[in-house]
Design a protein around this ligand. Structure first.
Ligand SMILES: Nc1ncnc2c1ncn2[C@@H]1O[C@H](COP(=O)(O)OP(=O)(O)O)[C@@H](O)[C@H]1O
Ligand SMILES: [Mg+2]
Length: 504
């Protein structure tokens, strides 16, 4: 209630997660949505309009059996555009896409009527204040509605000034979330690609440049960093955008099947080949073929793929005449292909054919503030999955998101936030809801150890951001290259740098 003053300021957090897209269940054909493919550039647009654009009118919905006229007059004098009355007559206020402050007079409704108000109270753009009394507070339905859907409550006798203060606050809270989201740049209509940090901006620039050529592209990055999303982005901005985008996961198909899957077969080519099957390469004719997890392609298939890349013709199994196919190949892997080549598991000549242009996906832990932006983006996208109205992330969650390593990257972020949306007990997602309770808390430590850890982390992240280009990283850190090298050795980062560098 009011004595406790509303406190739940949604931290400016943002996140990511990905279990819902069947992108890795391959083989997959992703048809290109015609409406998305026209733009030659990657538009950086806000997910939703900023609240400032519509801030002139501040709507206030006051739901009561008999609205208090004096209160309405007072609220109007504060500049609110007040819509007072039953929900049935005033619901249109909630249909706009702008923030709305709400007052619900719970003393004037029965428990059943109140339950019927739940969808309105759940509305993501409305910030509610409940007017109630001790009798109603004894009712579990009322408590449930207040706890999960209202910013605060006031017990009678009601002070107009208190209500005026609280609605202002509730309105500010719902607008706050939008300001955070408005910072979030995106790439697609359906599939938004979030990224504001320098590494992501660099990636967007690379995507634009690469899309304009027809050369083969090789994408590296840890699992879940957005390699497939990038491949689709390149295709959709390329001159081939009207053609098909065909994705195949080379790691998900058994060795014996991969050739027929890639190149197809003629009827009668082998026992059970009852009819002709067109392979994935041929399916992609005129478009883009995305070979995911190319590092898992068996050596004999590598030979066939290489021959195709040289001759631009395929042979269906059991076929007689080679068939010309015109595809652009984008390949991706999360493994260290240089190491695979050194070990003889991947053909160097094939690699050079595939890797004409190279795109590196930065790991999530190196994206700084984008960690929060992505978290909020995912929350915005999926928050209607939850039973409760979730307005943001608690400080513990933000802290945990920054200290966690995110080895599963954006995909893991999406999974954790989606789970948290369902599991959260309150309006703010906590570190525990994210399953990251262990990443918070001030550990007792000496100042020297804290400095040491901070130094290591700063170096690690700077190296990641600069793709292990030591001169650039040293310049950003304000130290010499020699000093950086010495510190990397001291912190045990040299080995890691070399491994990641090769992979990147
Ligand atoms: N920058 C991003 N912004 C928003 N969502 C992203 C971003 N990068 C990846 N995702 C999402 O994360 C998930 C994993 O991306 P994906 O391209 O499949 O990763 P990878 O192929 O590298 O494993 C997908 O659901 C994708 O839409
Ligand atoms: Mg993938």
């Amino acid at each position: 209630m009011f004595e406790s003053v509303p406190v739940s300021v949604p931290a400016p957090g943002k996140t990511t997660l990905d279990s819902m897209l069947p992108t890795s269940i391959l083989p997959t054909v992703i048809p290109v949505a015609p409406g998305l493919s026209g733009a030659p550039d990657l538009p950086i647009v806000p997910i939703i309009p900023t609240p400032h654009a519509t801030a002139a009118v501040r709507n206030l919905l006051y739901i009561a059996q008999a609205p208090n006229e004096a209160l309405v007059t007072y609220l109007k004098s504060l500049g609110w555009k007040v819509s007072a009355g039953s929900l049935a007559t005033q619901a249109s206020v909630l249909k706009t896409d702008t923030p709305v402050a709400g007052i619900v007079d719970m003393t004037s409704f029965s428990a059943r009527e109140l339950t019927a108000l739940e969808p309105a109270l759940r509305h993501q753009r409305a910030g509610w204040i409940a007017l109630t009394d001790d009798t109603h507070l004894a009712d579990p339905v009322v408590c449930h509605l207040i706890r999960h859907f209202c910013f605060d409550f006031v017990k009678g006798p009601f002070s107009h000034a208190t209500i005026g203060y609280l609605v202002d606050h509730a309105y500010g809270m719902v607008s706050l979330g939008d300001i955070d989201l408005a910072d979030t740049p995106t790439v697609f209509g359906d599939e938004q690609m979030v990224g504001t940090c320098e590494a992501m901006q660099q990636l967007f620039r690379t995507i634009r440049k690469v899309a304009n050529t027809d050369a083969n592209v090789f994408i590296t990055g840890e699992s879940g960093t957005g390699k497939e999303l990038t491949a689709v982005a390149i295709h959709e901005r390329s001159p081939r955008r009207k053609g098909p985008f065909v994705a195949i996961n080379c790691g998900a198909i058994g060795n014996h099947l991969i050739q027929s899957e890639l190149f197809g077969y003629e009827r009668g080519a082998f026992t059970g080949a009852n009819q002709r099957k067109i392979g994935r390469v041929e399916e992609a004719d005129g478009g883009t073929l995305f070979l995911d997890e190319i590092g898992d392609l068996p050596l004999d298939s590598q030979v066939h793929l290489l021959r195709f890349l040289q001759e631009r013709k395929i042979d269906r199994l059991g076929g007689h005449d080679p068939i010309a196919v015109n595809v652009r190949i984008i390949s991706a892997t999360h493994i260290d292909l240089e190491a695979a080549m050194a070990a003889g598991r991947f053909r160097t000549d094939l690699f050079h054919r595939l890797c004409v242009l190279r795109v590196d996906e930065p790991p999530l832990r190196a994206r700084g503030k984008d960690i929060e932006i992505l978290a909020l983006h995912v929350l915005h996208k999926f928050r209607s999955d939850g039973r409760r109205k979730i307005v943001g992330f608690a400080p513990s969650a933000i802290e945990a998101m920054y200290s966690y390593a995110w080895t599963g990257n954006v995909r893991e972020m999406i999974n954790r936030v989606r789970r948290a949306i369902v599991m959260a007990e309150n309006k703010l997602i906590t570190a525990d809801d994210l399953g990251l309770g262990h990443c918070t808390g001030i550990e007792s430590t000496t100042l020297a150890a804290a400095r040491d850890a901070a130094e290591k982390r700063a170096i690690e992240l700077t190296l990641l951001r600069h793709r292990h280009r030591l001169a650039e990283a040293a310049a950003e850190l304000g130290i010499s290259r020699v000093t950086l090298y010495r510190l990397m050795v001291a912190h045990g980062l040299r080995g890691a740098a070399m491994v990641t560098g090769a992979d990147a």
